[in-house]
Design a protein around this ligand. Structure first.
Ligand code: HEC
Length: 308
């Protein structure tokens, strides 16, 4: 206490020969309370307990996940991995073809509309043509009946099944999840999707799979109800890219990254803009601060008690 009072008041003491009431001058700035030993010990114990519990939970979590039959997806360097890298839009377009020709047989994509493709992977005419290929249920008409019509840009991707029960019935009881946001919904994101699609292998000895299940070491638990969907030359790309299984998986993963995060490119563009704007603002703020504070900092304060 005494030391800090001395330090804080040194200037005042030096500058003024009359220091009638040190306490009065300094009482404003010495509000820090000293911690008792008991309080310190109590807080220390709480801190150690919290740290210990955290470490224990982490270890437990690891031990529950660790299994010699389950793999973490390897991290790949995607063309959009960098801080300033946009999505590869040719790949998004090919990925759409893969989704449409393979995955759409079982998986819905309810949150993406044909208009979303415009300017991303397709021109407006191409997106219109894609939509018109689909027959969409609309209605009711003036007779009260639902009817089918060719799709429009404003239509969302049609679902392969009318409801979840129908989807389960067709897939041995397993529900193929909607793929719109799957990249954000799974740990590992597009790395996981890629690993899952290319990771099918024979079940190791001792693993019993029920009917309609397949072994995939990247799927939690290993037994997945989705058969391997991608094979070499499973389809053809319209741009002539050789359709190997890994190429198909990479493109559909990039496409799913886009559907999960359509704002991806704008977000990174915004980063570039904000770096520019904030650099300017920080320099300006620093300059203004120096200008405004210069007279304050060089000012000399004298304390002159009133003459009695
Ligand atoms: C024959 C139908 C069928 C096709 C075709 C199909 N899937 Fe699946 N998919 C399923 C089923 C069924 C499940 C649920 C599996 C489970 O829960 O065990 C599933 C699950 C998934 C999952 C979720 C896995 C998880 O972690 O929960 C992803 C991702 C996936 N599929 C992606 C795809 C992609 C991408 C394609 C196209 C290349 C595709 N699927 C093609 C039937 C299919």
């Amino acid at each position: 206490m005494a030391a800090s009072v001395g330090r804080i008041c040194k200037t005042a003491l030096l500058k003024s020969p009359h220091v009638p009431t040190i306490k009065q001058v300094c009482s404003l700035s010495t509000s820090t309370r000293e911690w008792t030993r008991g309080r310190k010990a109590f807080l220390g114990t709480i801190g150690m307990l919290a740290g210990g519990t955290g470490a224990l939970l982490f270890a437990l979590d690891r031990s529950v996940r660790a299994s010699d039959l389950e793999l973490h997806p390897p991290e790949h360097v995607w063309s959009h991995t960098g801080l300033f890298s946009s999505l590869d839009h040719a790949s998004v377009r090919r990925g759409y073809e893969v989704y449409k020709q393979v995955c759409a047989a079982c998986h819905s994509m309810r949150f993406i509309a044909y208009r979303n493709l415009v300017g991303v992977s397709h021109t407006e005419e191409e997106a219109k043509a894609e939509a018109e290929e689909q027959m969409i249920t609309d209605g009711p008409d003036d007779q009260g009946n639902m009817y089918k019509r060719p799709g429009k840009l404003s239509d969302y991707f049609p679902s392969p099944y009318p409801n979840e029960e129908a989807a389960r019935a067709a897939n041995n009881g397993a529900y193929p999840p909607d793929l719109s946001y799957i990249v954000s919904a799974r740990h590992g994101g597009e790395d996981y999707i890629f690993a899952l699609l290319t990771g099918y292998c024979d079940a190791p000895a001792g693993v019993v799979l029920r009917e309609g299940q397949y072994f995939n070491p990247y799927f939690p638990g290993g037994a997945i109800s989705m058969a391997q969907a991608l094979y070499n030359e499973a389809m053809e790309y319209s741009d002539g890219t050789p359709a190997t299984a890994s190429q198909l998986a990479k493109d559909v993963s990039t496409f799913l990254k886009w559907t999960a995060e359509p704002e991806h490119d704008d977000r990174k563009k915004m980063l570039i803009k904000s770096i520019g704007i904030f650099t300017f603002l920080i320099v300006l703020t620093y300059y203004v601060k120096r200008v405004k504070f210069a007279p304050l900092k060089t000012r000399k304060i004298e304390y002159r008690p009133k003459e009695k």
